[in-house]
Design a protein. Structure first.
Length: 161
């Protein structure tokens, strides 16, 4: 069984993330969407809230070869424990590539058995970033083109208690 991991903070999960999930799930027997317990980005949503949102959103996709999990620590160690052979990374712009390429190099040195595949964002989602979605929501803008009504509702509730 070929297992891939699509890691991220997913704070919150957007249409861009869901696009990568759909496309990556078609390439592998099983796709693990792994939400990172992230300390340096200071996420708005708790890890449990992010996991719940991802589960709700991926359930709507109707894909049967996806699981949603949390992880902390080194990604390659987590991937190895889960018997994954590939790490999926989404790319929106050239600036993403530079950072992701550095991560690929580091991960390759840590575990050369685990490959990285870069999936470019589709043309309709290449500009969507969770950070920008949160900012638009904070400023009262319409985020319906970037995230589902479910995510939008929970995001608005979170930023305007």
């Amino acid at each position: 069984m070929k297992i891939a991991i699509y890691p991220g903070t997913f704070d919150p999960v957007t249409f861009g993330h869901l696009d990568i999930i759909k496309r990556a799930s078609s390439l592998f027997d099983h796709l693990i969407v792994a939400a990172a317990k992230d300390n340096y980005k200071n996420p708005l949503f708790s890890l449990d809230e992010r996991l719940e949102l991802i589960q709700e959103e991926t359930k709507v996709l109707g894909l049967t070869n996806i699981s949603v999990e949390k992880f902390e620590g080194l990604l390659v160690e987590y991937a190895s424990k889960r018997n994954a052979i590939v790490i999926i990374r989404g790319l929106r712009a050239v600036s993403d590539f530079e950072y992701e390429f550095q991560m690929f190099g580091m991960n390759s040195k840590l575990d050369s058995e685990i490959q990285t595949i870069f999936l470019p964002a589709s043309e309709t989602n290449h500009f969507i970033a969770s950070k920008l979605v949160k900012e638009v929501a904070r400023l009262g803008g319409d985020i319906s083109k970037f995230a589902s009504p479910n995510v939008a509702q929970k995001l608005l509730k979170k930023i305007k208690p």
